[in-house]
Each structure stands twice: as structure tokens, then as C-alpha cells.
Design a protein around this ligand. Structure first.
Ligand code: SAH
Length: 355
């Protein structure tokens, strides 16, 4: 039997992290009928932040839930909306005081949310602001879902697609990220179609393989940024562990297992990876693969001194790929006036001297 101290110090379970089954088990453990668990799950996934909003539950059950569980897991502490488009960047403070960022983007076909998966990141990509201060901790599935629910609450509209491209490396937090995918796509929850979710990775090969085995219908995006080991290792230290050839092998496996086309992201950095010969090498490496290339003029990060490729270089790079039969798009820049590039807003928040 657990001592009362043990019970008192054990962290309360977070409702936003629980599956329907887990919510039902907890409900029964609190002495309520099974169907009450379904009601709780539905409320949680509607994004309520307070137990009093769960109006079809008895007062006493609501009190028990408040005593034994955590519902609200973040507060919006800053929001910046771009004046060029309707992109909004949110800063959320978690219950332990850590701060993360998420982005809401409005497209013709609906609202998209870019979510963080870790506080900071430990991958060390040289062009990325999220990693400059290292990784603090993984986010729970409920904290990833929480960002989505808050974006719906704050934006007043349903989010119809999700990209796991905020701060952090999703495959470095595999269990919580896959739980999030299952929660967000659950029938009794938001019912977000897996085909409307994209997971972006720096190329953690065992993680890509494990994800392929899950056979989700999500899109896998891989941050490639160079098809040559020497250059890629310089930009992305993870390449020293998982070189380009291994990444491609794992991605081919992903495409085979899931039938889904893999997206390769390629941030074009002036003078680093944007030459013609680099486009040709990339085209050669991708020939015949079920894939898509997304070119992104790099968002300059002052700390690193990288500059975006010129419009002309981007166009040339894109045309060379297309001419080789590789499906290629250039990512439209959203929110460039609000520091919407990975980790930049959180970084400026953390760097600000305390008032
Ligand atoms: N860790 C994951 C997901 C987060 S980063 C990954 O590496 O894919 C999401 C995307 O933004 C990645 O393609 C990343 O390489 C890219 N990115 C990071 N910093 C950038 C910058 N300054 N400019 C353009 N793209 C950047």
C-alpha cells in the first residue's frame, strides 16, 4: 500500500494526455460510471480549461476531477499577428513555467497549426534558433494537444491541419508524439485526419523506421538541406550519426510501408547549399523516389550569420529539380515580420531582461 505522502507527491495525471480508455479507467477509479468517462474525454478535446465548464457532470464529480487531475496545461503569454498575412505566433507558458511557441496559419483550405514537441532542442542544426540554448525537456502528448486546443480557442476556428515543425525534434520524443497523433485523430476527440498531419524530422533513422511500423497515414517530412554528407554534417550534426544514404533508406521504407509520399525539406542558404551542382546531386539522389521537395529560403538567424538565397538562385534550384522530374515547390513565407521561424520568438522572449 502506498503511503499518503507518496500519493500526495505523485504528479496528478494530465487529462489532455489520456486516451479515451485511460480516461474511462480513471473515471471508474473515482467511483463514476463508464459513460461519464466519455463525457470527460469529449470536454477535454473541446478545449475547456475549467472543470466548471463540464456542465453535464455532477458538482461532486467535477470536484473529484479537480482534486485528482490536471486539465489546463498552458496559458497564452504573448501573441503576435503578422500584418502581411493572418499568421499568428503564440507563446504558451506551461504549468512548470517553461515557455513554448506555436503558430497558427490561415490558408485558403483552412487553418493550420505548427506545434512544438520539445522545450528547446538538442539536435544542434546550425541554422536553427530552437537549438541554441539546448533541450530543456520533452513535451507530454497533452502539451502538444494543448497547443492545438488553445489555437482553436484563441483563433475561434477549427484547425484542419497540423505540422509538427515547431521547436524540438519529434522523433526524439517518440512515445509522446505518437500518442498525440492518436489522440488528435481519435474518433471521440478532434477526429483530425492523419492525412492532414505532417511530422518533420532532422532524420533520426531508427525513429523513421519505428514510425513506418505504426502505419499511420501522416506525411513524413525530412529536413535534408544537403544531399552530401560533408555539407549536411556541417549544417546538421545528426548526420554524423545517420548519414544521407541511411536516411534515404529509412524514408524508402516509410514510403513502402505506408504508401505515403515523403517530403524533403531543403532550406536554401546563400553560398552554402544553393549551387547548381548541389541541385543536380539532389536530383540524382531522389530520382525514382515517391517524394516531393519543399524549398525554403532560409530565415536568417543573426546568431549564425546565414543569409537566404536570392530569388534567382531559388528559382534556378527549383527549375533544375523540376527538369529532372522531381516534384518541387517553394514554400511561401508566412509571418516573416513576426519572427515566425523556428524558435525565434521564444528565444527573444528568453533573452529579454526581466522587467
Ligand atoms: N526537428 C524537426 C522539426 C522542427 S524544424 C526537423 O528538423 O525537421 C522544422 C523545419 O524548419 C525543419 O525543416 C528545419 O530544418 C527548418 N528550419 C529551422 N530553422 C530554419 C531557418 N532558420 N530557416 C528555414 N528553415 C528552418
Amino acid at each position: 500500500m502506498k503511503s499518503s505522502i507518496e500519493i500526495m507527491t505523485k504528479a496528478k495525471p494530465e487529462l489532455r494526455s489520456m486516451t479515451l480508455q485511460e480516461t474511462i479507467q480513471l473515471t471508474e477509479a473515482l467511483g463514476e460510471k463508464k459513460f461519464r468517462g466519455r463525457q470527460v474525454y469529449a470536454w477535454v478535446h473541446r478545449g475547456v480549461k475549467n472543470f466548471d465548464e463540464m456542465t453535464d457532470l455532477s458538482q461532486s464529480f467535477r470536484q473529484k476531477l479537480a482534486q485528482h487531475t490536471v486539465l489546463d496545461n498552458m496559458k497564452c503569454v504573448d501573441a503576435l499577428t503578422s500584418s502581411n498575412d493572418q499568421t499568428t505566433k503564440y507563446l504558451f507558458k506551461l504549468n512548470d513555467g517553461n515557455v513554448i511557441e506555436s503558430v497558427r496559419m490561415v490558408y485558403r483550405h483552412g487553418v493550420s497549426a505548427c506545434l512544438s514537441t520539445q522545450v528547446g532542442c538538442r539536435m544542434g542544426c546550425t541554422f536553427c534558433a530552437s537549438t541554441i540554448d539546448g533541450m530543456v525537456r520533452n513535451l507530454s502528448a497533452g502539451e502538444i494537444l494543448g497547443q492545438l486546443l488553445e489555437i482553436q480557442n484563441l483563433g475561434g476556428a477549427r484547425v484542419s491541419s497540423v505540422v509538427l515543425m515547431g521547436s524540438g525534434e519529434p522523433l526524439d520524443n517518440f512515445d509522446e508524439v505518437t500518442k498525440f497523433i492518436e489522440l488528435a485523430s481519435s474518433e471521440e476527440g478532434l477526429k483530425l485526419g492523419q492525412r492532414h498531419m505532417t511530422l518533420s524530422t532532422c532524420g533520426i533513422v531508427p525513429g523513421i523506421r519505428a514510425l513506418a511500423k505504426k502505419r499511420y497515414q501522416i506525411t513524413l517530412a525530412v529536413s535534408l538541406h544537403s544531399a552530401e554528407d560533408a555539407k549536411r554534417s556541417e549544417l546538421m550534426p545528426v548526420n554524423r550519426k545517420y548519414p544521407v544514404s541511411e536516411v534515404f533508406k529509412a524514408c524508402d521504407e516509410y514510403a513502402n510501408e505506408t504508401g505515403r509520399r515523403v517530403t524533403y525539406e531543403y532550406a536554401l542558404i546563400k553560398g552554402e547549399n544553393d549551387r547548381e551542382e548541389e541541385a543536380l546531386k539532389l536530383a540524382k539522389a531522389l530520382k525514382g523516389k515517391l517524394c516531393h521537395v519543399n524549398l525554403i529560403p532560409v530565415n536568417p538567424v543573426a546568431e549564425r550569420g546565414y543569409k537566404a538565397s536570392s530569388d534567382l538562385s531559388v528559382k534556378r534550384f527549383s527549375e533544375l529539380l523540376k527538369r529532372s522530374g522531381i516534384e518541387t515547390t517553394v514554400r511561401r513565407e508566412l509571418g516573416s515580420d513576426i519572427n515566425a521561424a523556428c524558435g525565434q520568438l521564444r528565444k527573444s522572449y528568453l533573452d529579454e531582461p526581466e522587467a
